[in-house]
Design a protein around this ligand. Sequence first.
Ligand SMILES: [Zn+2]
Ligand SMILES: [Zn+2]
Length: 300
Amino acid sequence: MAIDLVSRRAWGARAPRGGYTPLNATRGVKVHYTGGRVDPGIVGDHDLCISLVQSIQRHHMDGNGWMDIGYSFVACPHKKVFEGRGLHRLPAANGSGLNSGHYAVLGLVGNAGLVQPPDGVLHAILDAVEHLRERGGAGREIKGHRDGYSTDCPGEPLYAWVRRGAPRPGGGDGDGGDGDGGGDGDGTKAPPFPGRLLRYPPVTRGEDVRTWQRRMRARGWDIAVDGAYGAESREVCRRFQRRQGVADDGVVGPVTWRLAWEAPAAAEPREPADAPRTPGAPETPGAAGASETSGAPEAP
Ligand SMILES: [Zn+2]
Ligand SMILES: [Zn+2]
């Protein structure tokens, strides 16, 4: 499928301060995350993606003093690709000395809140990569920001995906794919949210509960598929929520429902950390704080 591009005009980008440094070609692309908390609510509301990208640009221009948002493109959970600096323009987010080597693509996940990249984010990152290869002179490399630079970025889940070779979720229509799968994500889309919260107490009963339990069981959780959401289901839900970095209220709402299908299932279940590690400062807002590349000059 063609790239679903959100133009600068469409997301209300501010004009850059000054001219871009032209970029003829790069070795490839470096993948980033926000480094701060990302509201899991963006999964259900693309308008929140737009606000977030605007706030990142504001932070980069007014906080870091950069001429524009530092990224070439930004990938959101809705498989949409926001135009940042765009094609053939030097990014700023890779860190001083590293910007001319790779374009910079941000996936809208953080180190708290929305931590696991939804499939839509992974698709959108790959759409941006292919766009950069076809139109921007990008080479074949897909790396993480941390490759060659001291940072946690792009976070464990995204970096693990990069290290696996950045497979298309579901194994479909990847470049040069041989069509027999091999992707780690199963590319499943969540069925529509049933429209009521699955919670306990009292016990919630119904086919929607059974659907969710069946899915959690398929993900490897030890849970009975009996259509009754009681203490056991609530406990599984809480552990899953902690694993996903969302509030562990033990209630299956729209975000927890979607994550059950769309969050990568690798290494699940496993005991979650008590709290996400937050080494270093975030590179974009959400949490306040200077960018990890704050103060870095834009010059290559
Ligand atoms: Zn980064
Ligand atoms: Zn979006």
